[in-house]
Ligand binder design. Sequence first.
Ligand SMILES: Nc1nc2c(ncn2[C@@H]2O[C@H](COP(=O)(O)OP(=O)(O)OP(=O)(O)O)[C@@H](O)[C@H]2O)c(=O)[nH]1
Ligand SMILES: [Mg+2]
Length: 680
Amino acid sequence: MPSLNLGILAHIDAGKTSLTERLLYSAGVIDTVGSVDRGSTTTDTLALEKQRGITIRSAVVSFAVGGTTVNLIDTPGHPDFIAQVERVLGVLDGAVLVVSAVEGVQPQTVVLMRTLRRLRIPTLVFVNKLDRRGADLDRTLAGIAARLTPDVVPLASATAQGTKNAAALPYHPGDPAFTARLTEALAGHDDGLLADWVRAGTDALPYPRLRQALAVQTGQALVHPVFAGSAVTGAGVEALTDGIAELLPGSAGDPQGPLSGSVFTMERGPAGERIAYVRLTSGTLHVRDRPPLHRDGAAVGEGRVTALSVFDHGRDLPAPSAAAGRIARVWGLGEVRIGDTVGVPSEGQGAAHHFAPPSLETVVAARRPADRAALHSALGELAEQDPLINLRRDEDRGEIAVSLYGEVQKEVIQATLADDYGVQADFHETTTIHVERVTGSGAAVEFIKKDANPFLATVGLRIEPAPPGSGIAFRREVELGSLPYAFFAAVEETVHSTLAQGLYGWQVADCTVTMTHSGYWARQSHAHAVFDKSMSSTSGDFRNLTPLVLAAALRQAGTRVHEPMHRFRIEMPADALGAVLPVLSRLRAVPRAPATTGPAGSVLEGDVPAARVHDLEQQLPTLTRGEGALETVFDHYAPLTGPPAVRPRSGPDPHDRKEYLLQVQRRLGLAAPRSTAGRA
Ligand SMILES: Nc1nc2c(ncn2[C@@H]2O[C@H](COP(=O)(O)OP(=O)(O)OP(=O)(O)O)[C@@H](O)[C@H]2O)c(=O)[nH]1
Ligand SMILES: [Mg+2]
């Protein structure tokens, strides 16, 4: 049976989990519809999810429709868990973007749709909550066209909105206004259709032709059909189910091809064992297979599949094998992490980042000193499972810091440490993670056996700024054949790890590093002499020299510290504006335009430093008599005004040459740097 891996995405509380429940019910997988509010849904299974009524971890369920097995992935909408969505994006054949008919398009909706369109993931839109008071389909559709994309085709109108009898009425194929709108939307991407339309004059094109073009263009993510209904009453859900089967393309993948799959989420079984969720794009995985594992394109050992289960008709069932197109839960993959490839990496797999990195960081400490080791290993395990939980260990002070998206994620990590690991942890004050941007260009070189270079390596590097968001690129100006590949790889890896701490201790963002000089001493061996290590270069020489050269180039180039900024949107009673504005300016928030005031109150949008978002959240209720609603989402990095914030370094500091060489020497366990004893 063909399969379709379908993600449900939306702003928090739009109704993803409720809709998932409805889809399962309408496909006959469950007999009663569970409720988020009673903690009885199929996908929100964690105790914390039930308590809080929000989704924290992506969950997979499946149902069959029209001869296709749909693997449905319910994702969290809270921006603190955006990393979960990030990992899911890479495994989707299609998506349903849920928009509330009451709240309309929300900040996270914009971020998600932008990403879905960029990745060309075929996406249907479902306007939910037609039954809730204040629902307005037309207003929501106008918002979608204005803020998400004009390439949408509404397929239904609404009646009795705002009541429990609310219904979505699919447009009739014989409705000339509807077919005209549909034709117009499709003809923009299809010259053949456009020509036929012009030729047909006032006659409508045959509906089956339009419907087929709609499926093709939806599959290419050129247009997005819009459905409407209610996840609570079930209105419109059947039409959505049919639309999923008809309009979204299933998985293509060759079960006979080379094995390739990617791990998009992990969980722990009852005995604490790791279970990886693998979306297979090619080949077939069997129990007892020993598939190779890859991380960022590099081999990281192999797993041994001890058991697997495949999603089919509801939940997953144990199976001897899983084939391309499917999602399998796999036991026995050892040290596997989210984002890893099982088998051979295929194109486009790997650590792509679609959303902003976490902008907060907090030091975590065990409440009981005796738990310190347990805390460190528990955090290490959490971070290993999820590469987006970054840890920074400060060996000197014996501290460990974890990067975060927000306060809710912090509470979830705290609860997980307590519930799953039995460790009571305290989180110290949250600080903002800044980045450094290179301001000019700089270059440095150290030659082998020259000056004070104690390493058997020649390395020259130039660093230059690159456009925001482009990341760190490594280039070579020297011939590939001029250096063994392993040495190039050592330089490239070290460039990345060195740039994790710039001139002020922050990650250096967006720059190009070019290798301008290279040189090494080949393995010396004479007929009668033993191989003399002090005479031939090793990767270690390149690893140890690169930070010194890069640090010198970076000092010449200069950097400026930038802080993360969030875009905010505040809805409040019009008379609260006077109290809110001065507080915003105290928090260094800057409105982008004057507030707009309508019958429903005032709306103000602007930018606020990430560091001040939590303050704003806490103050808003008092300023607006509890009626203000704040939404924020990361937007960009802005230069920090005033003196640059400095982050304490960890590890040897290549900007202090003498101290750096001493530390390297100590690490190598050498009496003195070889070949230049005492010269450093
Ligand atoms: N009236 C009405 N309420 C709905 C509808 N869909 C969801 N809700 C309610 O909206 C709230 C959020 O629903 P969820 O299904 O948890 O939303 P979600 O998008 O999964 O939320 P997160 O996973 O936390 O992002 C719950 O109180 C639901 O009962 C709907 O169609 N009509
Ligand atoms: Mg949910």
